[in-house]
Design a protein around this ligand. Structure first.
Ligand SMILES: Cc1ncc(COP(=O)(O)O)c(C=O)c1O
Ligand SMILES: [Zn+2]
Length: 408
């Protein structure tokens, strides 16, 4: 089926760019957003017809940018929305849900964006991609590049979780660990664009990752029978999850699937890296570079999100908020969720549980609000962070191999 993309539009200056060509940022430096002929889609597709599609995010193909069937997929999306009643009772919320993105391929929501971006890269004839990443985006890029048979060049901070490092190597990517932050990795990728011929898949510098991520917004609507929740908590690093869902809600309204009511969008950050929270509290439209960013929630270690103005716009327009929690609070919240609900979530998702408590305590939210928390990744990817709470006595080398040499 031909796609219904009309053009790409700069989110800053509104300049329009033709579809079907390779693009990064607008000449003004603004991220490009994909625009569709929603009137035409509305006439030919309905929300009831969604159920006939595949059990993946590609059930939303009519509002995705791909032409035909050249999708690079590992079964991403359609993650469970789990009612967490025991945790709800503990924190004092009648209806609390967790959307578990940890069940995606490579264990995080990043699979959505990179399935879409790599599918588009292949369609546009790109053979070499490069990415700066806090970890999970790199794992997803490496997996989809392997599935597509193209080259992936990955730049991650030195202290990236071991899971991400091993995954990228296992998928056959070229991996470089950088003594710095994701912002330092981004500079190396930008420099290699001309010299190495890499296509830069940095979040928002590439227009299609956000299209994959926006399906988190379509899915929550579908799973709640086309009624959006009152509140959405989202762990915010680059913020593309929030920006993408906000875009999805606008598209769904244009399609006649939902009304104008929107959930309060809550951007959750870690105390050790909270540029968006600071900008929100100071009433600014843009964030300032956060010096010495530090948090075990590695996906939140983004000192200056490129799309900060879009995150802040969504948070404010929705009547939401931006909240920071400490590493101690988020790890404790993750263990609480695990022991009460049987869900072992990433520290980023756990941060949302800690933030929920704060917004109930200060009266910003009510116990009758219908609340959805996005857990963006699997706890199993963060054994270093959680093992601080469960230290084991010295293991011999043999024990570290899990009894591989001498089964026990
Ligand atoms: C597990 C996890 N959660 C959240 C984020 C932040 O994502 P976003 O760019 O959508 O804010 C990341 C990014 O690396 C991540 O890996
Ligand atoms: Zn522009």
């Amino acid at each position: 089926m031909p796609n219904k993309v009309t053009h790409l539009e700069c989110s800053l200056c509104r300049k329009m760019y033709p579809a079907g060509r390779v693009h990064n940022l607008c000449e003004c430096g603004g991220p490009l957003l994909v625009r569709y002929d929603l009137e035409d889609i509305r006439r030919n597709w309905s929300r009831e017809a969604v159920a006939d599609g595949p059990l993946s995010m590609w059930r939303y193909a009519p509002v995705l940018p791909l032409n035909g069937n050249s999708v690079v997929t590992l079964g991403e999306g359609m993650t469970p929305l789990v009612r967490t009643s025991r945790l709800g009772a503990r924190v004092g919320v009648q209806e609390l849900w967790v959307k578990d993105e940890g069940l995606n391929p490579t264990g995080s929501f990043k699979a959505r964006g990179l399935s879409c971006a790599i599918s588009m890269a292949v369609q546009l004839g790109i053979r070499k991609v490069a990415i700066p990443s806090a970890g999970n985006a790199a794992s997803a890029l490496a997996a989809y590049a392997a599935a597509a048979g193209i080259d992936a060049h990955i730049f991650m901070p030195l202290d990236v979780p071991q899971s991400n490092y091993i995954e990228c190597q296992a998928f056959g990517a070229r991996v470089t660990l950088v003594d710095g932050l994701i912002s330092d990795c981004a500079k190396i990728v930008a420099a290699g664009r001309d010299t190495e011929g890499w296509f830069d898949v940095s979040t928002l510098k590439e227009p299609y990752r956000i299209e994959g991520k926006k399906t988190m917004g379509y899915e929550v609507a579908e799973q709640l029978h086309w009624e959006l929740p009152d509140v959405i908590f989202y762990p915010t690093g680059g913020g593309v999850g929030i920006i993408g869902m906000w875009k999805a809600f606008a598209e769904m309204e244009a399609l006649g699937w939902i009304g104008s009511r929107r959930p309060k969008m809550i951007a959750v950050q870690a105390e050790g890296c909270q540029p968006v929270v600071r900008a929100y509290e100071n009433g600014h439209d843009r964030s300032e570079f956060w010096q010495n960013a530090r948090t075990v929630a590695s996906g939140l270690r983004v000192p200056k999100p490129l799309g900060d103005f879009l995150i802040l716009e969504a948070v404010r327009a929705s009547g939401g908020a931006a909240v920071a929690v400490s590493d101690r609070e988020l790890i404790a919240a993750g263990l609480e969720l695990a022991s009460l609900e049987g869900m072992f979530v990433a520290p980023e998702g756990a941060a949302c549980v800690a933030a929920l408590r704060k917004l109930l305590q200060n009266g910003f939210l009510k116990s009758s609000d219908r609340i959805v928390i996005y857990n963006t990744g699997a706890g199993l990817k963060y054994l270093e962070a959680y093992s601080t709470r469960f230290p084991r006595p010295d293991l011999s080398e043999q024990d570290k191999l899990g009894g591989l040499i001498t089964p026990r």
